[in-house]
Structures are given as structure tokens and as C-alpha cells.
Design a binder for this molecule. Sequence first.
Ligand SMILES: Cc1cc2nc3c(=O)[nH]c(=O)nc-3n(C[C@H](O)[C@H](O)[C@H](O)COP(=O)(O)OP(=O)(O)OC[C@H]3O[C@@H](n4cnc5c(N)ncnc54)[C@H](O)[C@@H]3O)c2cc1C
Length: 419
Amino acid sequence: MTVPKSTPSLKVAIVGGGPGGLGTAIALQTIPNVEVTIYEQASVLREVGAGISIGSNSWKVLELLGVADGVDTGHETWTVLNLGLGRNGQSGQERTKLQSALLSAVNPGTIKLSKKLVHMEDHGPAGVTLAFKDGTTTTVDLVVGADGIRSVVRDIAFPSYPDTLKFTGTTIWRTLLPWAAVSDLDPRFSTTAWWHTPTTHVYFSPVGEGLWEIAARAWHDPKVHSASKVSWGVPVTNEHVESHFNEYLPQIREALSRVPSGGWREFAAFAGPEMPTLTAWSNRIVLVGDSSHALSGAFGSGAGFAMEDGWILAQALAYHSNDTSRALNLFNAIRLPYYAKMYKHLADQTAQRAKNLENTRVPAFDEQVKSKVISDGGGGLDWIYHNNIEHVWNSAIEKGNGELSKPGAIYSSNQSASL
Ligand SMILES: Cc1cc2nc3c(=O)[nH]c(=O)nc-3n(C[C@H](O)[C@H](O)[C@H](O)COP(=O)(O)OP(=O)(O)OC[C@H]3O[C@@H](n4cnc5c(N)ncnc54)[C@H](O)[C@@H]3O)c2cc1C
């Protein structure tokens, strides 16, 4: 690539080596005159949770990052099953070791482990200094906060934000067990599927290497249950998990009961409010992934969103020849309205659930399940699961010519649905 002489060099620190940080680094390493380093608090990079499901939106960005081949295991299935009503036919689901595929595409020497960010200082045009727990510091032109839902970058750059994370009402339990332990129960269990009741679902999926994943969710009114919810990845008893799924088919209950004792981990989903902007400190800070939209896995596609953020950020910097002010305005203009739409969807969903609980006419079981399947992703969420981030970018440039100064100038509130 020919680099225009006017393109200034840009030293970028990415804080966090999850899908957002790794995806951003892969995208940025193709941009002229950008020097990128990832600072990760962990001493070893591990896969997030028990597995990651990948919809077609995520596949698209993996292709753009050039890592889809490393993730692909060759087939596409995304089937939605529920109690009482059968639905299927979505596509684009796969599970594999996303983190390792991303890692292998990051240039050697980019990642610095055991670097927990504890402090940041703004020196204006001279850059931002990051201070790590081990006593070391570095000064950079641009900080990318890819440090997850409890982001230190966000908490320092947006000091009023940290107190606002709240329990959403959703509790998630995850485990892995040998496929052989459950393969006799139901032929449908060999397919990735969600089984629903009105306020819960159970997700079964073969994840390769002879293993099978169960991820089960239950929603309780957060007004009643929030005080007891602080858990994140803690072991819980089988009885505790099973007690939420008594209404299910016998073979589903049997599958849950075959989880070895001590096998379950509980995650209480927390979420924070919409950010008014994803940038701070005169465009020397930008947030990507969970730090920028604390939705706590709400759409089961957070890794995809995080990588989309990183790819868009890199395109915006390249488009504006590393001018961070113009590039970050463009980034905000593309990503903020998209997240706003997700927040609106969740607010509507929560209001509906609360209304259902109060409703004197309790809808029939099937009616409730149908509405839950639709709101959870069984329909109407193509603007997420089939979002084509390359089209989004091209459309933004065509419409605004990249010369946007104001967030929201690209999307109308429902535009992404048609992209
Ligand atoms: C139970 C559950 C199930 C999910 N299932 C799916 C799924 O199937 N598909 C999907 O796409 N998404 C799923 N998600 C969401 C997905 O895991 C996240 O949205 C995604 O991991 C976000 O990526 P990220 O890079 O923004 O943040 P993270 O993955 O949280 O990564 C943040 C990184 O920053 C590091 N870090 C944090 N603080 C510091 C610091 N101070 N200094 C340095 N490093 C720091 C962390 O160690 C971590 O490595 C699920 C989430 C949950 C909770």
C-alpha cells in the first residue's frame, strides 16, 4: 500500500486482549503508520466462557479480518427449537476456538501480558500515559478501551459511569460435558438448539472434540432479585440450576441432571446505560466491545460487535489518514446509533416482561414462548444477526462522504435493518 506522505504516525495502546482487543489489533495492523500494542491484565489469554456462538454478522467481520478460515469447521446450522412450537431455519452458527484463531493473526510481539491498567493521565496533544499495576508506564497517541464490561479505561475517562452497572434479571449457567454422556437422550440434541419457556431457555450445542455445551438462562424480576446477584463464573450446585427448569421436557431435565457435580458455573448478567459518546479526552480515547455497550451478552453476539467496532475504527483511521478527531467522529456516527437500537430493543423487552408478570390475563404458554423466541432472536433481529459491517461502512461513506462531525448523521434509527 502506498502511504501518503502526510499520514502521521500513530501510537495506539489497546487495553484488553478479548475479541474486541484482538480484532482491533488485527484490523489496525493493516493501517499505514499505525503502531499497535495490546496490554492485557491476564498472564495467559484464554477463551471466553465455554464457547462462543458466531452468527453471520460475526462471520462477516472474521472474513474481513482474514481469520474466518482459522475458525471455520465447515458447516452452518442455527436451529431454534422450543417447547410447543417448532422453529428452525436461521443460519450462520458455528462454535470453535475464536480466541486462538484471532491470536494467531496478531503480529508477533503485539501483546504484552500481565499488564493491568490502573491509571491514565491526559497530556493533551502530547498523548495519554497509561500506568500498569507492575509499575510500568507508556505514553501513546490513542487508547482503545477493549477491557470489557467493567472497563477501567471507561471508568477513568467517564468518571460518572461506574456506579451505573445493574443486574439485568438474567442469570446464565454454563457447562461442558462429554457428548457421549447425553447422546442417547434425543436425536435433536446433536444439533445446536435453543429450547424455550416464557422466561427461560436452555441452549444445547455440540462444540467439537467430543464435547457438548449447555448454556441455560432464566429471567427474574431484577427489582426483587438484584441484591443477591453478584456472581460471575462461580460454581453452583446441580439442584440450584435444575430448579429453574422443572417445566421442561423429561429428556431436557435428564440432560441437565447428567452434568457432573461441580460442573456448573453461574453468571449474573449486568448491564450499564447507553454511552452518550464512545470517545473521550479530545479523541485520544475510544471504547470498543463490551466497554462501549455494557449489554452483558444480551444478544449472544458481543464478540461479533466487538470485532465490528475494531474493524470500523481501523477503516475510519485509514480513511482519515490517522487524523483521530475526524476518524473518531466517524466511528461514533456509525456505531452509536447501532448500539442505541439495541438498548431500545432491550428496554422494550424488559417492559414487556414486566407487563406479562403483572398481566391478569396470563397468555397461553405457547403464546408466551412464541413472543419470547421472537424477541430473543428467533425473528426480527436480522439487523443484528445479518448485519454486514462492510455494507454499513460503504453506505456510511456514500451517504456522508466520511465528513461527519455529529453522531447519528449516518443512520436513521431503523436503517441498519435494511443493510
Ligand atoms: C455467559 C455469556 C455468554 C456469551 N455468549 C456469547 C456468544 O455465544 N457469542 C458472542 O459473540 N458473545 C457472547 N457473549 C458476549 C461476549 O463474551 C462478549 O461480548 C465479548 O467477549 C466482548 O469482548 P471484549 O473484547 O469487548 O471484552 P472481553 O471479552 O471481556 O475482554 C476484555 C479483556 O480485557 C482484559 N482487561 C480487563 N480489565 C483490564 C485492565 N484493567 N488492564 C488490562 N486488561 C484488562 C480482560 O482480562 C479481558 O481479556 C457472552 C457473554 C456471556 C457473559
